[in-house]
Structures are given as structure tokens and as C-alpha cells.
Design a protein around this ligand. Sequence first.
Ligand code: PMP
Length: 461
Amino acid sequence: MTVITNHLPTEDLQALDAAHHMHPFTAGGELAGKGARVITRASGVFLTDSDGNEILDGMAGLWCVNIGYGRDELAEAAARQMRELPYYNTFFQTTHVPAIALAAKLAELAPGDLNHVFFAGSGSEANDTNIRMVRHYWSVKGKPRKNIIISRENAYHGSTMGGASLGGMVPMHEQGSLPIPDIHHIPQPDWWAEGGDMSPEEFGIARARELERAILELGEDRVAAFIAEPVQGAGGVIVAPDSYWPEIQRICDKYEILLIADEVICGFGRTGNWFGSQTLGIRPHIMSIAKGLSSGYAPIGGSMVCDEVAEVIARGEFNHGYTYSGHPVAAAVALENLRILEEEKVIDHVRDVAAPHLRAAWEGLADHPLVGEARIVGMMGSIALTPDKAARARFAAGAGTVGLICRERCFANDLVMRHVGDRMVISPPLVITPAEIDELVARARKALDETLDAVTAQGLL
Ligand code: PMP
């Protein structure tokens, strides 16, 4: 049997990949014809592919490699833990030191009284936990009918049945008979695409009041919780107008519903604080966490839960859990990642150095003929591509056509930048230096210039 290593020619790796590997969010047939890009190693903010190209990772993997690639300390932490206790579960009245230590550390870092963690293997699993936990919470409190969860159109909360149901992605709902019952979606606060003639501030209030309208329509006695990302990530880095979150908080405070902040992307420094809720001034009862918790070095997620909800859940048995809840190796890796974030003052670096530098450079792209708005919070940014800035117009060719061209031009310039429809998004490792930010934005501008050429040549303007 052939031993499959980095040393095989790219075409051979691609052929094996096409024959046996089903990729997430990918048209498999199309990819098989083209061949996947094979990433072989990475260091800092740069990836290397099987042809030796050095690619600047403007997405930190999938918004997760917050401390950057190649940190030996995490490999050591994993190896140490694997030798000592590679696995034990946290069911049936048992625990282990990595889970204890990580839970205590998270309680220290989380805002408010979010002092409790229910571990999961991913962000999707964390959100599945949240659905069951909030419904069970109200049931224990004698309100079993209070089980509807309100979410938002174009939200992303994962790919499991529960996570994808909470999410507001229509193409996901179209596959697999989603959403599951008792999930309700309200419109998103995307002023650029949907704000019409309203000012951003008016629009922010109007969209927050959609929550109040839904609560009144459905009945306060039916609504268990509202879930939202502090900044919508996979939906295109949609930053709500400043008026939005205070109004959402007011509504959540007024009606008896739980607020769940999905911090899977925003958590662990991405917005310039430990959690996006702190940046946006939100006081959640539950936070979903994953990704930056381990900087993606090991799969781990969880739900951070406030004292009151945890106390109610603890009254009886919560019939829920994953084999890998609090996995010792993943927990040890996460702890080491948190130590690095803390001791190396990575979040100070974001707040004082990287985010201000990135903001200036990123907003500078707004002068490009294709760029409508450039938005950024901390280290997550987006630009809207448009044929007509003043009209905030869409391309006639259909959403995503020009975004895809731009993403291909980014690839050709050794930059990973993702497209969501015709929005381009970035979310680089938090440890990126000012010089690397300049390089990222220079490559982005070159890709935009080439996109403009292609779009003009194809008559798409
Ligand atoms: N919530 C949010 C806000 C996310 O961005 C994601 C992943 N992109 C998830 C949940 C799902 O996380 P996972 O892919 O780890 O299941």
C-alpha cells in the first residue's frame, strides 16, 4: 500500500482526496474536476501548500487560529496529557483535572456570573446543548410551553440539526427538512443590504424591535430564548448599527426570555475583548464558545452558563452529554492556549496595536471602485462589493458571482479571504503584526484590482 505523505505529488494527493474524502460545504463533483488545494504546514499567519506556495491566512483557518500556527507549547501540552490520561469521560459523577482547570479558568475570564461550563466538542454541539438546556430550564420552572427560540435570518450557529435550525441560512434549511420545530427567525440588522432609506441608527432600532414584535406575536409565555452572534460572522461580518444591541438588551430585560450570545467566533479576543458581549455591551445568560478556545488546535466547545440557569438545571439529571465533553487532551490544549493569550497579552495587542492598524488599512479600501462599505470590529472585517456605491446596488449577475471571482483572485495572490455572497470577509490570527497587516491589505487591493478587470471584461458591471 502506498504511504500517503506530504511527499506525494499534488495531483496524486488530489486524486485520492477526490476519490475518498467528502468535503464540508463543497460541491464535490466540481472540486473533483479541479483538485483541492492541499495545505501541508503552517507557521504564524502563513500556510504552505503542497506546491510550496506561502499563503497569508486572512481567515485564521475558519476564524479560529487566534494565537497563530506552529506553537510548540500546545503540542507539548497535548503530548503530556495523552501520556498521563488520554481519555476519560465526565459522565456519571466522574471528572478529571484538565476539565476542572479549564472550567475554573473560563469562569474567571467570562463576564458577569457566567460561572459554569457544559463542555462540547464543537460550536454546533454547544448550540445543540443550548437548545435543550433552555427548554429544559423553563420546563423545570413549570413552563414547558416556553420553548420557542428566536434567532435571526442569515445567522450561523452550526451544522447539526439543532445548530443549522437556529441558523438562518436558507440553503441549509433546504437540505434535511430544517428547521426543527419551535425555532423562529427575525430579520438581521444588515443596514447595507436591507436598510433602504433609513439611517443606520433608525434601522438598528427597527430591526431590534422585530424581536419585541415576535415576542408579542408568539406570546411571552412561549418564548424561551433569543440567540445571536454579537457580530454575525459567517453571514458576512455584519456589524449591527450602534443602536441595535442596547435595544435588544432592553427587550430581553423587559420580557422574561433568556439571551444566548453565540461567541464561537467573537470569543477569545477576536473583537478586542475576551468576549464580543463585552465589546457590544451585552449581558447574556448563556454564551456558546468554541474555535478560539483552543485556537483550533483541538476540537472543543461549550456553553458558559449563568448562576441562575445552572442552579435550575442542577436540580435534577440533565439527560444530555457527549463522549468528548471536556475531553482531557482538548481541555489541556485549550488551557495552554488561554495561558498564551493571557501571558503574552494577545488581547492587549489586538486592542492597542493590531485592530487600530487593521481598521485604518481596511477602511482605506473603501476608495476602491468596487467597494461599497468597509466594516470592521476588532479583528473581523468585511467589504461589500457593489457596481454602484451610492445606490448600494447588487450585481445583476446574481449574488456571489463577483465575490467568487474576488476570492479566486485572492487565492491567486496567495491570500485567503473568504466570500459570503458579494461580501469579502477577513478574520486573521490575532497575533498578526502591522507589517503582515499591510501585506494582507496590499494583496487584497491587488485582488480587488484584478476582480475589477475581470468584472469589466465580462460585462458584469
Ligand atoms: N456558531 C458560530 C457563530 C459559528 O461561526 C460557528 C462555526 N463557524 C458555529 C457556531 C459552529 O461551530 P462548529 O463548526 O465548531 O460546529
